[in-house]
Design a protein around this ligand. Structure first.
Ligand code: AMP
Length: 553
């Protein structure tokens, strides 16, 4: 990789200027360095220093923190406001994006092997890693993804609100630009009429934009599911009955590969309107989507949900389900840009001899596999080239391949903990099973090798837990309820019930619980921008509870 130009970093929320900056960098062959907005100042400073960035594109808010990055020479702010350029370290100049646009620059065609993006991923553990994506990786990954979106073109409107520093959103938006679809910029707080930053009675972004395509992380679809279902609970008896009848009827029709037009017109049109009424395909990725939520989206939003599987290291590409595939829980067959292999993982008990289908660690190979981590040789052993020169990445995820060639993600190597007695517990498996509890909005299972049982941190469902407390005659504030021993017992009771109905092993069932009155949002630093649990941060946050629970007090 011969890279004559200096890198340009971008650090701001999802907005048009982000994509304009990215396109400008691609055309002029400047590598773009990206960060999650919630990565934290320390991690961002680390990345900026590691890549020796001289130019940073950012928003006024960050500018005000007066970053101290030795090599930084120019900061370009994307906001329209006028900004004071005083008080910054000597040698650092501040420019508006408009001024830079007016300057212009000659187009320099990049080579396929030139670095396009260094994407810092927070990952769920450890310090941030800068994934090196070259132009040919981007083209390969996006070609693979777009082939699974039938009819993608100028008639489509895409609603953009997920963090652009995440590979799924970035490749989705570049694909939209490439195929001539419109993009409307929104945010998680303004997405629908009910969103937190939309004044009651005003329209949210989806109602105004009326998108045809939408990407979502499962957490967001779970929330829509819970909100709609709790609205249904508030309906009159007859309305509720009608809705449930229609829901179950359509569910059965979908399972058989049919639709239910009458139910759509009478019952679900209103629900569909929540997202503007025109969404023709939803895309889900980044984490496992539960079968219940996928079915809910199929039924109430009357559109297919394409579930995708990919990693930053594979340029977001791996698999996406076909629109006609009506099964749940699977992520589809490999995209045309890559191949997938399974490697035996004896320690975890997954091998190619497993019945009914072979299982093992997922390896992804193809031109979408990126060039490794920036200056991080110790982590680069997960990348390798085979005898034909094809690059591969060992994902650490465990998959099962069905006879029709589709993949299901069944486990994750990193989430495996060996208990003192030698049993392996897959924390991810325990969590996705227990997320089905009505009392639980979010759960993190925890165990370490010095112990012989699993414990858990739970964000309870406020409405359900409050109702339960009322039934038990407990009067208390929300914070008090979350530390009330009776409430902890109730949540544990439900955990046990659900766990045994889905046949978790005895040692996999959490035996103690801490209830958190605050939800885990990316702003709290306890989950990533894609709402994945940050285990290390959660562990630190709950450290004294861990000591207490394992101390037996
Ligand atoms: P990231 O690089 O931040 O996008 O994270 C990639 C990781 O997300 C993968 O290694 C998987 O563990 C997880 N992941 C992505 N898509 C899915 C999916 N559809 N189902 C389950 N896990 C997924």
């Amino acid at each position: 990789m011969d890279q004559p130009k200096s890198s340009i970093a971008i650090f701001c929320e999802t907005r048009a200027e982000w994509m304009i900056t990215a396109q400008a960098c691609f055309r002029r062959n400047f590598p773009l360095v990206t960060f999650y907005a919630t990565l934290g100042e320390e991690a961002i400073a680390f990345g900026l220093n590691e890549t020796g960035v001289t130019h940073l594109v950012t928003s006024v808010e960050l500018l005000e923190t007066k970053l101290k990055i030795p090599k930084l020479k120019h900061v370009i702010y994307v906001d329209q406001k006028k900004v004071s350029t005083e008080g910054y370290p000597a040698g650092l100049s501040i420019h508006s994006m408009q001024a830079v646009q007016e300057l212009g620059a000659a187009v320099v065609k990049p080579q396929p092997s030139d670095l396009a993006v260094v994407m810092y991923t927070s990952g769920s553990t450890g310090r941030p890693k800068g994934v090196m994506i070259v132009h040919s990786n981007l083209i390969a990954g996006m070609t693979g993804q777009c082939e699974r979106i039938p009819g993608l073109g100028p008639d489509d409107t895409y609603i953009a609100y997920l963090p652009l520093a995440h590979v799924l959103e970035m490749t989705a938006e570049i694909s939209c630009v490439t195929y001539g679809c419109r993009i409307g910029y929104s945010s998680p707080q303004t997405l629908s009429d009910q969103s937190t930053k939309i004044k009651k009675g005003s329209k949210g972004d989806s109602s105004v934009l009326r998108p045809t395509l939408m990407a979502a992380v499962p957490e967001i679809m779970d929330r829509i599911n819970k909100n709609v279902m709790s609205k249904v609970q508030e309906m009159s008896f007859i309305q509720k009955k009608l809705f449930t009848l229609g829901y179950n009827y359509k569910l059965e029709q979908i399972r058989r590969g049919y639709d239910a037009p009458l139910c759509n017109a009478l019952l679900f049109r209103k629900v569909k309107k929540l997202l503007g009424g025109r969404v023709r395909m939803m895309l889900s990725g980044g984490a496992p989507l539960s079968a219940a939520t996928q079915r809910f989206m199929n039924v109430c939003f009357c559109c297919p949900v394409g579930q995708g599987y990919g990693l930053t290291e594979t340029c977001g590409a791996g698999t996406i389900t076909e629109v006609a595939d009506i099964s749940t829980g699977r992520v589809g067959a490999p995209l045309l840009c890559c191949e997938i292999r399974l490697r035996d993982w004896a320690e975890g008990g997954y091998t190619s001899k497993d019945k009914p289908n072979p299982r093992g660690e997922i390896l992804i190979g193809g031109p979408n596999v990126t060039m490794g981590y920036y200056r991080n040789d110790s982590n680069n052993q997960d990348f390798f080239a085979d005898e034909n020169g094809q690059r591969w990445f060992c994902t650490g995820d465990v998959g099962e391949i069905y006879p029709d060639g589709c993949l299901q993600i069944v486990d994750r190597k990193k989430d495996l903990v060996k208990l003192q007695a030698g049993e392996y517990v897959s924390l991810g498996k325990v969590e996705s099973a227990l997320k089905n509890c009505a009392l639980i909005d979010n759960i993190c299972a925890y165990a370490n090798s010095e112990q012989n049982y699993v414990i858990s941190f739970v964000v309870p469902n406020q409405k359900k837990l409050t109702e339960l407390a009322k039934q038990r005659g407990i009067v208390a504030t929300w914070e008090e309820l979350c530390t009330h021993p009776d409430m902890e017992r109730e949540v544990l009771r439900e955990i046990k019930e659900v766990a045994s109905s889905i046949k978790l092993q005895r040692f996999e069932i959490p035996v103690k619980v801490v209830l958190s009155p605050e939800p885990w949002t990316p702003e709290t630093g306890l989950v990533t921008d894609a709402f994945k649990l940050k285990r290390k941060e959660l562990k630190n946050h709950y450290l004294h509870h861990i000591e207490r629970m394992y101390g037996g007090k």
